[in-house]
Design a protein around this ligand. Structure first.
Ligand code: NDP
Length: 348
């Protein structure tokens, strides 16, 4: 059952900071004249970074937010967000981020729309370099997010937002009554496949190997689900469709297989092959787990480095929602504010 229409309000995730568009002149003026010293620097301008900025600014810290050449994080290419509390009719991702930014600026946050090139967190003040300038602060919140991994197909890029997505929680609803394809063999792919059965008439789960990487319980659930059809030893080599996704081409990856690629009709392709936390700019300054996510020091947002705090998807590979990232940004700002107050009180 192919769908030839672009689902209304369909959104998707983008790579944080992956593109560097020409800066808006008004924004560029703010960026180039921004101060370079503050009590608190916030790296990242998604929901985590901007919520941290709102809280820190209201606490009088006038934080500098270095938010990337493509500020706003993963919501910037999401056309409709329906699960962020407070917007019963939904809200466009970019509009939500613009509101968060305006709210942060209203209380005195300073926005710098540039990428961070590198950091030195080895001594006080902590130092951050961006577009040839050095920024200094006693406290830093790292909220640089994570980027979805993609298959790397030209047709996949072209149809992103037109049936191709990396987030079933965000976009699954728009595929009510359609057949969809999920790619991947880890817990995320299986979780997304199960989630999509709430909307789709059939979920085709495509995995490139004979066995899943996911946990046993997830495999059992997927195998037992009447709406999920498994396509093992298959990989998507092309997404078909002009204005919207109509089908994918599957290649048999079994060694020695010689059959022609098969066409599988679908209205949506959910790529669930993992995420990459945006930590390269840190140059290994903070410890990461096996999957590359930053590790928290305790049940607060503190990192292993005094005065450095962590918020959002750069450490959270479990929830990855705008609202959980925002909550995390709040926690990091409160932790940073308390840390700065204690430091001031002790005179260090
Ligand atoms: P994983 O790295 O675990 O799995 C990625 C999957 O995508 C693998 O099956 C891999 O295939 C496949 N893949 C990778 N690249 C490609 C490609 N180019 N083409 C086709 N397939 C590809 O990532 P996840 O996001 O699934 O999970 C990340 C971590 O988060 C894991 O530790 C997971 O357990 C955890 N997690 C936990 C959840 C929970 O507890 N509820 C929910 C979701 C995630 P192959 O197997 O062949 O390498």
């Amino acid at each position: 059952m192919a769908n030839t229409e672009t689902p209304k309000g369909f959104g998707l995730a983008i790579d944080f900071g992956a593109v560097a568009p020409a800066p808006d002149p008004a924004v560029a003026t703010t960026t180039s004249t921004a101060p370079t010293e503050a009590k608190l620097l916030i790296l990242g301008s998604g929901p985590a970074g901007l919520t941290a900025a709102i809280y820190a600014a209201r606490a009088g810290l006038a934080p500098i937010v270095i938010g990337g050449y493509a500020p706003g994080g993963q919501l910037m290419l999401t056309s409709e967000v329906e699960n962020f509390p407070g917007f019963p009719d939904g809200i466009d991702g970019p509009e939500l981020m613009a509101k968060m930014r305006a709210q942060a600026e209203r209380f005195g946050s300073i926005m710098v729309d540039q990428d961070v090139d590198r950091v030195d967190l080895s001594a006080q003040p902590h130092r951050v370099w961006s577009a040839g300038r050095e920024f200094r602060a006693e406290a830093i919140i790292v909220a640089t997010g994570a980027s979805a991994l993609w298959l790397g197909l030209e047709s996949e890029t072209r149809l992103r937002g037109r049936g191709v997505s990396a987030c079933a929680t965000c976009d699954g609803f728009f595929f009510k009554g359609q057949e969809v394809v999920v790619v991947g063999g880890g817990d995320t792919a299986l979780e997304e496949a199960l989630f999509l059965t709430r909307f789709a008439t059939k979920v085709h789960l495509v995995h490139r190997r004979e066995t899943f990487r996911a946990s046993k319980i997830m495999i059992s659930r997927v195998e037992a689900h009447p709406l999920i059809q498994l396509h093992m030893n298959r990989e998507v080599i092309e997404v078909l469709g002009e204005k919207s996704t109509e089908a994918v081409m599957l290649r048999d990856t079994t060694p020695g297989a010689t059959g022609a690629p098969e066409r599988l009709a679908t209205g949506g392709l959910f790529v669930a092959i993992g995420h990459k936390p945006n930590t390269a700019l840190l140059g290994g300054a903070l410890p990461v787990d096996a999957a590359g996510y930053l590790q928290l020091e305790s049940d607060t947002t503190a990192s292993q480095i005094d005065g450095v705090f962590i918020a959002g998807d750069v450490h959270d590979h479990r929830y990855r929602q705008a609202v959980t990232a925002a909550g995390d940004g709040c926690r990091a700002a409160l932790d940073a504010e308390r840390w700065l107050a204690e430091r001031d009180a002790s005179g260090s």
